[in-house]
Design a binder for this molecule. Structure first.
Ligand SMILES: [Zn+2]
Length: 432
């Protein structure tokens, strides 16, 4: 499929210079990005006049539990422990493949409505989620969120992870990242087993880490080590990877993460809403730790909007550092685009020849973007998902002016998601 997106302003990458021109796409790749060039690339299967609006690299949601859209609004205004153990886990006990299908479909709709073209998805029934997100064109890294808090066979878990890893190995826009839910929900045998598996496969790992003060405090009492120190010690970080949250990290933790080239996938809105805290983004960046952005699940934050995460990432650091210059807009945009892509190992995050065709068209005629004094700043400080006119994921036009092309209609998605959550609430209530 050849697509020509002409008459656009193009922001090629975070902090890059905006130019007037066009982007041409062939078989999911960007084959031209530059000045208007009518002599090239004819005939296109689809030619779109962008009306002078802004093409930007698509967003990478570096930490999500996509199908948790089902639990949006069912457990709000609760402390984290109560939220997780009393509300979310009992609901998740009854999840079926069909629930994950419709929950992930709902997430896919929200992603493409908001310019998201890549995601790290940690949830149950990953093969179902992979199939759903593939239909929208989104590049997906399935992340193992295994734990053995309620028992489980370590050998079996590791064998499952290895087989999943091998199943998806070598695929261009779909991969499996081995890892675990968190230090506090896993036995030492499982944690050490995954560290060994990472070494065997030469594969990076993924884990929730240092999300709350309680987690860090309890780990420090049990082990006389912070979660980062412990994971570093057992070799969990030896092949690189990602930690989600990283809200409470001291100087030594940050040095260890930098040493092992670990990316922190920060989730500012989830951390705020669950009253977990504010991550030390400035210290991480200053010490050479890459920071990507994620939304976390919609049960905790409650939207899959990368615009909101960028805004909060920047503004919370300004307050934390008492410095309005801290984490400028382009730094937040970089976290939401190229840093996430790099951490997940996907080939996007910028509009350049040879990259995957992952981009979003932003409405410059939206009130929140006017006047066009500094488009890059407005993108972070005043825009929201309503300014997205079109999302192209892997060369597939997944969303355009209110129309979705993701494999199901919004009407069917909403109807079925509502049905699933109704049944789950009933079963969780009965199971008490
Ligand atoms: Zn999470």
């Amino acid at each position: 499929m050849k697509i020509r997106l002409k008459n656009a302003l193009v922001l090629p990458r975070a902090g890059g210079e905006i130019f007037r021109g066009e982007v041409q796409i062939e078989d999911g790749k960007i084959v031209y990005a530059g000045k208007q060039n009518d002599r090239m690339f004819f005939p296109a299967d689809r030619e779109k006049d962008c009306g002078g609006n802004l093409l930007i690299p698509g967003f990478c949601n570096a930490h999500a539990h996509s199908a948790m859209t089902l639990f949006r609004g069912v457990a709000d205004d609760l402390p984290l422990q109560e939220w997780l153990f009393d509300r979310i886990f009992p609901l998740e006990d009854h999840l079926t493949e069909e629930d994950v299908y419709w929950g992930t479909m709902l997430a896919a709709a929200e992603y493409v409505r908001g310019g998201v073209t890549a995601a790290a998805d940690m949830y149950f029934f990953p093969a179902v989620a992979a199939e759903v997100l593939r239909r929208s064109g989104i590049a997906v890294a399935l992340c193992s969120g295994d734990n053995d808090v309620g028992g489980g066979d370590v050998k079996e878990s590791l064998a499952y992870m290895q087989s999943r890893y091998n199943t998806y190995k070598g695929k261009r826009r779909l991969k499996y990242i081995i890892g675990l839910h968190a230090e506090y929900t896993c036995s030492d045998a499982l944690l050490e087993g995954v560290a060994d598996l990472a070494a065997t496969l030469g594969a990076p790992t993924y884990i929730h880490c240092a999300e709350t003060l309680k987690e860090v405090g309890e780990c420090s009492v049990r082990r006389s080590l912070t979660p980062v120190e412990y994971l570093h010690k057992i070799g969990f970080f030896d092949e690189g990877g990602i930690i989600a949250h990283g809200t409470y990290l001291d100087k030594n933790d940050i040095a260890l993460l930098a040493d092992k080239n670990i990316t922190v996938a920060s989730n500012p809105s989830s951390n705020l809403k669950l009253a977990s805290g504010v991550a030390p983004i400035c210290s991480l960046l200053k010490n050479g730790v890459a920071v990507a952005l994620g939304t976390d699940g919609a049960a905790s934050n409650n939207a899959l909007s990368m615009f909101r995460e960028m805004y909060l990432m920047s503004c919370l650091q300004k307050e934390r550092m008492k410095d309005a210059a801290a984490v400028p807009a382009e730094e937040a945009l970089r976290a939401a685009t190229e840093t996430g892509y790099k951490a997940l190992g996907f080939d996007g995050g910028e509009i350049a020849v040879g990259r995957d065709a992952d981009l979003a068209l932003i409405d410059l005629n939206a009130p929140c973007m006017q006047p066009l004094s500094d488009i890059g700043k407005s993108l972070v400080y005043s825009a929201d998902t309503s300014a997205v006119l079109m999302t192209v994921a892997g060369g597939h036009i997944a969303y355009e002016n209110g129309r979705f092309d993701i494999g199901e209609t919004p009407e069917d998605i909403y109807k079925n998601a509502a049905k699933c959550v109704k049944r789950l609430l009933k079963e969780a209530e009965r199971g008490k």
